[in-house]
Design a protein around this ligand. Structure first.
Ligand SMILES: Cc1cc2nc3c(=O)[nH]c(=O)nc-3n(C[C@H](O)[C@H](O)[C@H](O)COP(=O)(O)OP(=O)(O)OC[C@H]3O[C@@H](n4cnc5c(N)ncnc54)[C@H](O)[C@@H]3O)c2cc1C
Length: 492
């Protein structure tokens, strides 16, 4: 079922190397490349592009037959559709947006200033910027929102005011404890804090640090209107990300698919030897842009006298993952009349009308995705049960779906979608430079000050590339400036 859809550049079935109009080098030359990046997820791609830009010769080795890592799409043979789990960005994701600009793909992101919150029955609350300066730019729409009473709004405003100067540097308190401490009402939690935090951090309040929840609210609701804009890729993810792989190749990066790394070791002359199947590569430096489980395994085999965890001052067992389940529905017509919405008081957090976001013509019917974050319940459920429950809930919000023809449907479960920013995890997220000269780490889970996101992944790749070049911040895009009164209030 997992036939990858790498977009404009096709993987060659024999070699696993991407075929493009860039001339390929001989295997001998490839094996003598200076830097090896392991993992062509968003982190590995961003590291490879940054290093190639700086003139390094880079080989990017990816275990799977496609790039993008968790940010991927695939052709579903039974459905005859390309499907993915919708990924979104916000305006403050300056590094991923910078990379998209570099690859000339920025206009494949659709931007939205307004968030629609829907209650069962269809009552709408809109949050959108108005004429007041930040941090009050959304205040007028917030005060008008029928989903909250005056008491709920007062509690939320008092809560948000705590993030005016920024989010806490310390990550040890849980968001659950913060909600209690700040006296949030039940409805304020259900209709505001929960949809935003569970949607952005993909876990329950007990397993989310208030530092990262605060960061989400600070960036999305307080810092400035541009920082909180919602950006939705208007193409399936592998197609969306393929210009970055093409950019890497144009800059001379050798992208080798189906090249899973089994072992790395340091040679007596302090170079690095990397074994990937029957291929052996040597390099002056290696960036492991792999997930934390793979990184743990690769480091464990590194040096029998040095325990990888102790050397990094981390404990990989502190990292936990959370699932996301998405439900894909194709109707014979538009049943929603809106591009996306937050659905309240249900298992579903978000509805994305992908056919509208992708500007399908009306005669093609409609394609919707329903997202259930932190979906442990659904992990245990069968496809039919998930579908019938989701459609039942969905029809409470969009009555037109009851009479439209459901043409086809699918369910996609991602059991290890994101790592959780559990309270206290920061002290276990390793920096990109390691104690081994020439060995660097990347991946959303490393120390980035971001939760599990594409932005965190790009930052990690750029930080690793910068550390390798002797200046960690060298490749980092600037943050968006605070606006309005936040220029004086904010210390971040
Ligand atoms: C369902 C879902 C929804 C999400 N929604 C959003 C969203 O809306 N917004 C957002 O910003 N983020 C979202 N994310 C998170 C985002 O996808 C990740 O944070 C990001 O893609 C992580 O990138 P990465 O490069 O750090 O890791 P990965 O994507 O895990 O990449 C690691 C790569 O390393 C490769 N690899 C592993 N071992 C080896 C080996 N031994 N040799 C060679 N290669 C190896 C893997 O195959 C993989 O390609 C979502 C994720 C999922 C799954």
């Amino acid at each position: 079922m997992n036939r990858p859809n790498p977009g404009a550049v096709a993987p060659c079935p024999d070699s696993g190397t991407w075929v493009s109009d860039v001339p390929q080098r001989s295997p001998e030359a490839t094996n003598a490349r200076d830097i090896i990046v392991a993992g062509a997820g968003v982190a590995g791609l961003s590291a490879a592009v940054a290093l190639a830009d700086a003139g390094a010769s880079v080989t990017l080795l990816e275990r799977r037959p496609y790039i993008g890592g968790r940010a991927y799409s695939y052709d579903h043979p039974a459905l005859e559709e390309t499907i993915d789990s919708q990924h979104v960005v916000v305006g403050c994701c300056t590094n991923v947006l910078d990379l998209c600009n570099q690859a000339g793909m920025a206009d494949t992101i659709r931007w939205y200033d307004e968030l629609t919150f829907l209650e069962p029955g269809g009552r709408r609350s809109l949050l959108r910027p108005g004429s007041l300066p930040a941090p009050a730019h959304q205040a007028i729409s917030f005060l008008r929102a029928p989903m909250l009473t005056l008491r709920d709004k007062a509690a939320i405003a008092a809560g948000l005011a705590r993030f005016l100067r920024g989010y806490p540097a310390d990550d040890t308190e849980s968001f659950a404890s913060w909600l209690k401490r700040t006296g949030q009402t039940d409805r304020a939690i259900r209709h505001f804090w929960e949809p935003v935090v569970v949607g952005a951090l993909n876990d329950t309040f007990e397993r989310c640090s208030v530092k990262y929840a605060g960061k989400v609210f600070y960036e999305s609701f307080l810092r400035s209107a541009p920082a909180g804009r919602l950006g939705i890729p208007a193409a399936p993810l592998s197609e969306f990300f393929s210009p970055i792989a093409e950019l890497a190749q144009r800059k001379g990066v050798a992208v080798k698919l189906k090249s899973g790394i089994d072992r790395i070791k340091q040679t007596p002359d302090k170079r690095w030897q990397v074994e990937a199947g029957s291929e052996v590569y040597t390099a002056s430096s290696v960036i492991l842009a792999t997930d934390f489980r793979q990184t743990k395994n690769l480091l464990a085999g590194l040096n029998s006298s040095t325990n990888g965890e102790a050397a990094l001052n981390t404990d990989f067992d502190k990292f936990t993952v959370a699932p996301i389940t998405t439900i894909h529905l194709w109707y014979d017509r538009d049943v929603v009349g809106i591009d996306h919405a937050v659905l309240l008081d249900t298992r579903i957090q978000w509805m994305f009308a992908k056919s509208r976001i992708r500007r399908w013509p009306a005669e093609r019917g409609s394609y919707l995705e329903l997202v259930i974050s932190a979906s442990w319940l659904e992990l245990e459920m069968g496809r039919e049960e998930i579908l019938s429950s989701a459609i039942r809930e969905f029809e409470l919000f969009f009555r037109a779906a009851r009479t439209a023809k459901l043409v086809k449907s699918g369910v996609l479960k991602e059991a290890r979608a994101t790592f959780s920013v559990t309270p206290g995890l920061d002290s276990f997220r390793p920096k990109q430079a390691t104690q081994w000269p020439g060995l660097y780490l990347a991946g959303d889970w490393t120390a980035t000050e971001w939760p599990s996101t594409m932005e965190g992944a790009v930052r990690s790749g750029r930080l690793a590339a910068g550390a390798l070049m002797g200046d960690s911040s060298r490749f980092m895009a600037p943050e968006l400036p605070a606006q309005g009164l936040m220029r004086w209030l904010s210390r971040q």
